[in-house]
Write a protein that binds this ligand. Structure first.
Ligand code: CUA
Length: 350
C-alpha cells in the first residue's frame, strides 16, 4: 500500500515537473508566434493604424523589457499552478470515498492554537479609519474615540489596520516609507495593514515623523494634501491618546476671547470637551482637538506657528488654493485670540 502510494507520488512529481517545463516551452513559443504574427502584419486597419492595438508586440526597448518580465512571471506561476493542482487532483482521487465503505472520515474541528494566535494578533492591532477630503486627511480611531487630521499617530512595533476611503473625489494614501500606496475612493473601503517600526527619537520631538503625500490627482491643492505618520513609544502613544480629547486650558484673557470667537468656527470644526462637540452631524472641516500639539497646519503646508496660523485664518486660499474654508474676514485681534485659544490652551504630550 505504502509502496504503491510512494510510486504514485513520484509519478505525479515527475508529471508536475515535465508539465511545468512543457507549459513553459509552449508559452514561450506561443508568445514568440504572436509577436512574429503582429510584426509581420502588413496591413493597415481602418484609419491608417499600423497593426492592432496590442502590448504583446512591443516596439520600444522598455516595452520589450516589460513583456520579458510578463513572460518570466507567467512561466513561473504556471509552474506553481501545476505544482499545486497535480497533488490536489491526486489527493482527491487517492482519498476518495471507496465503494461500500460507509465509515465517516475523521472530523477536524479547527485549531485552537492557531485561532488563539489570530485573535491575539487582531486584538493588538491599532485600527484607524482614514478618510481623504479635498484637501486634507482625517484619521478616526474608533477604539479611542479620537478624530484628528493630518497626523496619523501610532505606537511603535505594533500591527496597524487602516480602512481607507474618501469623502469626495478619489485620493491616495501614501507614506512612502511605510509602503503600500492605497487608493481612497468614495463609497469603497480599501485596507492597508502593516507593523510600525521602532521609535527612533520619541522623547526629543514627540515621535518620529514620516512624511506622506496624497498620490492621486484630486484637484487644485492635490500637491498640498500632505500627511505624516507619527511613531511613538507605547507610553508616548498612550500620552497622546490621553491628552487628545482633554478640553482646552482656557486661562488668559486672550484665550477666553478666542473661546468666544471659536463660535464662528463650530459649523465646520469640533474641539473635544467644548460645546462644539455637542453639535450633531459630521463636520466638513478637520477636528481641532489638541490642535496646539500638531507639528504643521493647513494639511502640512506650514509649520504650526502663530504667524502661519494668522496667514491661514486671514485667507485660507493663500496657503491652499481652492480650500473649502472661506475667508471669514476676521480682524487681527480675533485672529490673535483664536491663535491663543487653539495653540496655547492645548496639551503638549512631550
Ligand atoms: Cu487628495 Cu490628491
Amino acid at each position: 500500500m505504502m509502496r504503491k502510494s510512494g510510486i504514485a507520488t513520484l509519478c505525479s512529481m515527475r508529471g508536475a515537473a515535465s508539465a511545468m517545463l512543457g507549459t513553459g516551452a509552449w508559452l514561450m513559443s506561443a508568445v514568440a508566434w504572436a509577436q512574429k504574427s503582429f510584426d509581420e502584419m502588413p496591413y493597415k486597419i481602418d484609419g491608417g493604424f499600423n497593426g492592432p492595438m496590442t502590448t504583446i508586440s512591443g516596439l520600444t526597448e522598455w516595452s520589450k523589457d516589460i513583456n520579458h518580465v510578463y513572460l518570466i512571471t507567467t512561466v513561473i506561476v504556471t509552474g506553481i499552478f501545476f505544482a499545486v493542482a497535480i497533488p490536489l487532483i491526486y489527493t482527491l482521487y487517492r482519498f476518495r470515498a471507496k465503494e461500500g465503505d460507509d465509515t465517516p472520515p475523521s472530523q477536524v474541528h479547527g485549531n485552537v492554537v492557531l485561532e488563539f494566535l489570530w485573535t491575539v494578533i487582531r486584538q493588538d492591532a491599532v485600527k484607524v479609519h482614514v478618510i481623504g477630503h479635498q484637501w486634507w486627511w482625517e484619521f478616526q480611531y474608533p477604539d479611542y474615540g479620537i478624530k484628528t487630521a493630518f497626523e496619523l499617530h501610532l505606537p511603535e512595533n505594533t500591527p496597524v489596520e487602516l480602512t481607507i476611503t474618501s469623502a469626495d473625489v478619489s485620493h491616495a494614501f501614501w507614506i512612502p516609507r511605510f509602503g503600500g500606496k492605497t487608493s481612497a475612493i468614495n463609497g469603497n473601503i480599501n485596507r492597508l495593514a502593516f507593523t510600525t517600526p521602532a521609535a527612533v527619537q520619541p522623547e526629543v520631538a514627540g515621535g518620529d515623523y514620516y512624511q506622506g503625500q496624497c498620490a492621486e490627482l484630486c484637484g487644485s491643492s492635490h500637491a498640498l494634501m500632505r500627511h505624516v505618520g507619527v511613531v511613538h513609544t507605547k507610553e508616548g502613544f498612550e500620552r497622546w491618546v490621553k491628552a487628545y480629547n482633554m478640553p482646552p486650558k482656557v486661562e488668559t484673557a486672550s484665550q477666553r476671547e478666542g473661546e468666544q470667537n471659536f463660535a464662528k468656527c463650530v459649523a465646520c470644526h469640533v474641539i473635544s470637551g467644548t460645546p462644539s462637540a455637542d453639535i450633531p452631524g459630521d463636520k466638513i472641516g478637520p477636528n481641532l482637538s489638541n490642535f496646539g500639539s500638531r507639528s504643521h497646519l493647513a494639511a502640512g503646508t506650514r509649520k504650526n506657528t502663530d504667524d502661519n496660523l494668522a496667514i491661514w485664518l486671514r485667507n485660507p486660499a493663500e496657503l491652499k488654493p481652492g480650500a473649502l474654508m472661506p475667508n471669514l474676514g476676521l480682524t487681527d485681534q480675533e485672529i490673535a485670540s483664536l491663535s491663543a485659544y487653539l495653540r496655547q490652551s492645548t496639551y503638549k504630550t512631550f
